[in-house]
Design a protein around this ligand. Sequence first.
Ligand code: ZN
Length: 72
Amino acid sequence: MRAAVMHEANRPLTIEDVSIESPRAGEVVVRIAASGVCRSDLHAWHGRTAFIKPPVVLGHEGAGTVVEVGPG
Ligand SMILES: [Zn+2]
């Protein structure tokens, strides 16, 4: 899949092909149709959060379709 990846604070995101693991217990894989970038993402992009470390794909408020379900 392609994603906008943040590698460094305050630098442009880069569009890259990324891969993900199969879902583990209690997880799902969602094919994202759209995602906003909220103030929390903006804080991460500015390097103002301790818990989000690059490289990271911002945009945790996505909407889409569940395409794979992990155990449980
Ligand atoms: Zn948010």
